[in-house]
Design a protein around this ligand. Sequence first.
Ligand code: M6R
Length: 610
Amino acid sequence: MCGIIAFTGSLDVIPILLEGLRRLEYRGYDSAGVATVDETGIHLRKRSGRITELARALDDEPLTGVCGISHTRWATHGPATEWNAHPHLDEAADFAVVHNGVIENHLQLRQQLEDDGVVFRSDTDTEVLTHLVAKLWSGNLVEAVTRATELVRGTYGVAVICRHEPGTIVGARLGSPLVIGIGPAGHSIASDPGALANHAEKIVYLADRQICQITPEGWTVWTRDAVTVDCRMHDLRQVVDTIDDDLNGFPHHMLKEIYEQPEALTNAMRGRLDEADATAHFGGLNLDPRQLRGVERIIMTACGTSYHAGLVGEYLFEELARIPVEVEYASELRYRNPPVDRNTITLAITQSGETADTLAALRESKRMGHTTLAICNVVGSSIAREADGGVYLHAGTEVGVASTKAFTSQVCVLAMLAVYFGRTRHLSALQGARLIDELQALPDAVREALRCHDVVKQVAQRHAHARNILYLGRQYLYPVALEGALKLKEISYIHAEGYPAAEMKHGPIALVDEETPSVFLVPRGQVFDKVMSNMQEIKARRGPVIAIASPADREVARVADDVIPIPDVPEWLQPIVAAIPLQLLAYEISLLRGCDVDKPRNLAKSVTVE
Ligand code: M6R
């Protein structure tokens, strides 16, 4: 989603800003812009489309300077045009603002400003902030930004420059992440530590309602009441330990990340499996044994792919830990008021740790006094810092917008957590030992599952033209059906639906015809025969069937038109192995349809607005 990078120091600012923007590119955006400031005023370049367009504009009409702000915009208020791209200027071009988040009362503020004679030049909510800062400035930029942010309702991460104070950048945060970068040649502000990788060594996280000022010489953070905050510095390399934008020979990040899954799973389990005690261990859960045993219910909350991981978690916890679980879309949970008893914990699941709805749901649970935990990939992200405890995935940076290795790592962490909770309850040492053995064999099983890639390519050729594809599975594999459909929708723009296989006959079966393929998840397990019957129902209506099944399964091969083989693993781990061919299928179909695999239209990697 929107990205901010701003720098002031002794280096030429444009290459730093462009490099920072490129590092944020994977998050998704549709326009980009920069503004520099010096004694002569503010200088602006903006373009709709990719950063390469902006770079071209800067080649044609170069900007120089040592202080500037920049932004990638993911359109919310107004289309992705040059006039709506950030930075936004006030009427006199004395101030420039870049903004992430949404200003909810922008219409009222706009009306008031227009009544005062201000002429707006964009459709954005951000522009009100620019005019407010200009209106409230009386010689001190920090004060003007503080007062302006007090007037807005909603969320913001902003960086502001002013021609009267060249060399100074002011930042402010409420609900939208912002960090300060500290480096040998200057200081920076960014929405994501990853953007600072080429020039900062230390970082400082801003908390909500904090304001900061950076100059070439130093940085300061205040509360809204102008009290100086004593902030903790973090080593950037420790926080962003896996800045990795090298494709390592893969054509796309998504494919690279699909192939990284055996290693990601190994990393998720590293140091957490305890053979001696036949359980798993987690360093950061911050639950003492009494609290752990006292947990009577878990609410898992997440969005998108992470929500699907939570659905798998529901099956895992019920079976292995015998703890009732509810999985809620974070966007729904945040506005619900469910009766929740004392011994319920909330578990947020998120790759980025910045998803606005998940963060809000976590905060609401915290406000109600519940213990909150998070499963998260991005170290130091808002959710990782705000949860009472949690588990990192250690999957490495996930750049592809379509989440792949984060999903399988999330399910793996949930499986380990279910074993851990189960071992404090009814799971015997022998049962625990067997489960640990099975987990240890998982990376190799995923390695083997990846060998289906050639078969997937052939299947993709046959179905890349489809207009609708159904994904069907039962029990542990029902959430994987949902995930397979989401992957396909996201990157190929084919309409796809996931269903519990038996639910088909209650309506969706009306969609089935010769043109509508169904992907069946049908490895051997307790419901194998039931899923086979559901498959026959589709075949009887001439629907093409693609089966994800054991390579040796003749029964499946007799019914299905195509079989994509996956290795046999215990049922509780099938979601991880069965996800692999579905990721590859979405990838191959997307390629065949000429779509932009890593940057699908309309999507953002990290959804930081509500
Ligand atoms: O960073 P999060 O896991 O909180 O993100 C949640 C969803 O936005 C995300 O999973 C989204 O659905 C992905 N694009 C799926 O591939």
